[in-house]
Ligand binder design. Structure first.
Ligand code: NDP
Length: 293
């Protein structure tokens, strides 16, 4: 498994299994399949409601704890004073004393002081050794600039929507310039949670430019999209509940896209976001409470 080195020296497997929208009753099977197939990185979140099942699958797998990289996210309703308790809830549900990567799920632009306090809580957890690395998700360049000014630890990761139809190049460049690793959510363009998403859109998996490259390599469109991310230095965390697709998504380390193929995929940018607009995330609209452990 290819690894990436975070800005504090911690090694992270470049490819992990995502579990957003994986129902709790399918999570144990998905994570179990992934671990059997060789995945060593799982990305979950307090807001996904399946940390308990991720933890169960990890324990049942028999894979030593220190061989699996576990990443989770603090939800906005637990920002501020509540963030340390947010960690306690996630750690208890996962059944872990230490989390490998803990990130803030979203910025709260209308209440950025609360976001900063949440990040300072992550800094404390890092100093205590209860997390090995800290980071953010869906932070835009102005959020990052303010965060860097106001806090001490540069985030190890910014987890963002990144696929050829929506590449966020300005944020990717800002991250790279500051030693923040870009991690792609919806790396195969697969989000379906946003109201109206997909109704007037073709999946990037069906884009002729993608299918043509896939045919040339004898690989699937999903594998081509994952390679595009990996070859540009990003971490990718594809989600599937299906064993054959979980296997397919890991089988991406035996071929290489050419510079022309990477450019052809770069050229697919549409400028249209699939997920929520980060500036519009507020506690009132999105701040549902995370249950106790
Ligand atoms: P993905 O790009 O991973 O796509 C997942 C979708 O593609 C699912 O519908 C899945 O269906 C399908 N799929 C998976 N593998 C294949 C394949 N080989 N061929 C065809 N279809 C396939 O999107 P996600 O939005 O799930 O993002 C991945 C992960 O990123 C999430 O699970 C989560 O961990 C994280 N994430 C983070 C967010 C954030 O705000 N920080 C927001 C969204 C996601 P099926 O399960 O039926 O196989």
């Amino acid at each position: 498994m290819q690894t990436l080195t975070l800005n504090n020296g911690v090694e992270m497997p470049a490819l992990g299994l995502g579990v957003f929208q994986t129902p709790p009753d399918e999570t144990i099977a998905a994570v179990t399949a992934a671990l059997e197939l060789g995945y060593r990185h799982i990305d979950t979140a307090a807001a996904y409601g399946n940390e308990r099942e991720v933890g169960q699958a990890l324990r049942d797998s028999g894979v030593p704890r220190d061989e699996v990289f576990v990443e989770t996210k603090i939800w906005i309703s637990d920002y501020g004073y509540e963030t340390l308790h947010g960690f306690d809830k996630s750690a208890a549900k996962l059944g872990l004393d230490q989390i490998d990567l803990l990130i803030l799920h979203q910025a709260l632009p209308s209440d950025f002081d609360r976001t900063l306090d949440a990040y300072r809580a992550l800094e404390k957890l890092l100093a205590d050794g209860t997390v090995r690395a800290i980071g953010v998700s869906n932070f835009m360049t102005d959020h990052l600039a303010t965060l860097l000014d106001a806090t001490s630890v540069v985030p190890a990761v910014n987890q963002l929507e990144i696929h050829p139809y929506f590449q966020q190049r300005a944020v990717l460049d800002f991250d790279t310039d500051h030693g923040i690793l870009n991690q792609a959510w919806s790396p195969i363009g697969g989000i379906t949670f946003y109201p109206g998403y997909g109704e007037d859109r073709r999946s990037v998996l069906q884009d002729p430019a993608v299918t043509r490259i896939a045919e040339a390599h004898g690989k699937s469109p999903a594998q081509v999209l994952l390679r595009w991310g990996l070859q540009q230095g990003r971490s990718v965390i594809p989600k599937s509940t299906k064993r054959h697709r979980i296997a397919e998504n890991l089988d991406v380390f035996d071929f290489e896209l050419t510079a022309d193929e990477l450019s052809a995929l770069d050229a697919l940018e549409t400028g249209r976001r699939g997920g929520p607009e980060p500036e519009a995330v507020t506690l009132a609209a999105y701040g549902r409470a995370i249950p106790e452990a």
